[in-house]
Design a protein around this ligand. Structure first.
Ligand code: KIV
Length: 271
């Protein structure tokens, strides 16, 4: 029997209902108006304005350099495009860690200036105070555990996390804390699928995985990766649905050739 239900506007409550009836949640990253319009039209449930914008939109090696102002600018163009999807925006590195008041101020800026629907932040126990404070303003919060790219200099690598029992137990503990604090969902990045399934069965809120297997409540990918705009990044968990790098390159090469040969514009393409 199908678990799919037609929905006009996705809310955090709808995501909770989807978990209860077993309908998987689809989520992709978006950073600009034109692409967000296409994703929303394709009925993606959640659009994440991820701080992966630092890598794929700004060309930085890590997610650390992107600023709150830049995130707000990306987020505002996404929300202007969207009719149906829930738009979640990452709090960037340095806008919330270790200071719950600053976390609240940053979240309010995102909600007010970008008209976002929710925020996401990375971490477990260490960010619970911030989560609780953000929630006092009525701002929905999504958590993020496992591989948390803002801590890359602590981890040292982008390898699979929580393979050892001690880290796995801490992750389960953190997931329960985030649920108790009031998060409406949690992203689990790059952890063993068995552990991710266990977390999804332990907490009542939706668990959205990236490199976390099929036993969770939904999946998220970085849109540039699944569309093949990046050729260099090909982890095991990634499924590419297009090879846009080559498609765009071929089209541009053809355009260059047409301009050079004066094939473009032809008689019909001029006034
Ligand atoms: O910034 C991002 O794109 C993310 C996803 C990897 C979940 O946080």
């Amino acid at each position: 029997m199908s678990t799919y239900k037609e929905v006009k506007k996705i809310t955090t409550h709808i995501l909770q209902e989807m978990k209860v009836r077993g309908e998987k949640i689809s989520m992709l990253t978006a950073y600009d108006y034109s692409m967000a319009r296409i994703y929303d039209d394709a009925k993606i449930d959640v659009l994440l304005v991820g701080d992966s914008a630092s890598n794929v939109m700004h060309g930085y090696e890590t997610t650390l350099p992107i600023t709150l102002d830049q995130m707000i600018s990306h987020a505002a163009s996404v929300t202007r495009a969207v009719k149906r999807s829930l738009v979640v925006v990452d709090l960037p590195f340095g806008s919330y860690q270790g200071n719950s008041k600053e976390a609240l101020v940053s979240s309010i800026r995102i909600m007010k200036e970008a008209e976002a629907h929710a925020i996401k932040l990375e971490g477990g126990e260490e960010v619970v105070e911030s989560i609780k404070r953000i929630l006092t303003a009525g701002i929905p919060v999504m958590g993020h555990l496992g591989l948390t790219p803002q801590s890359i200099y602590k981890f040292g690598t982008y390898e699979v996390r929580a393979k050892e029992d001690e880290e796995a137990q801490k992750l389960i503990h953190d997931a329960k804390l985030l649920e108790e604090a009031g998060c409406f969902a949690i992203v689990l990045e790059k952890i063993p699928s068995k552990l991710a399934t266990q977390v999804a069965q332990t907490v009542k809120i939706p668990i959205i995985g990236i490199g976390a297997g099929s036993g969770v409540d939904g999946q998220v990918l970085v849109s540039h990766d699944m569309l093949g705009i990046n050729k260099e990044f090909s982890p095991k968990f990634l499924r590419r649905y297009l090879n846009l790098y080559d498609e765009i390159k071929n089209a541009v090469e053809q355009y260059v050739a047409d301009v050079k040969s004066v094939d473009f514009p032809n008689e019909k393409e001029q006034y």
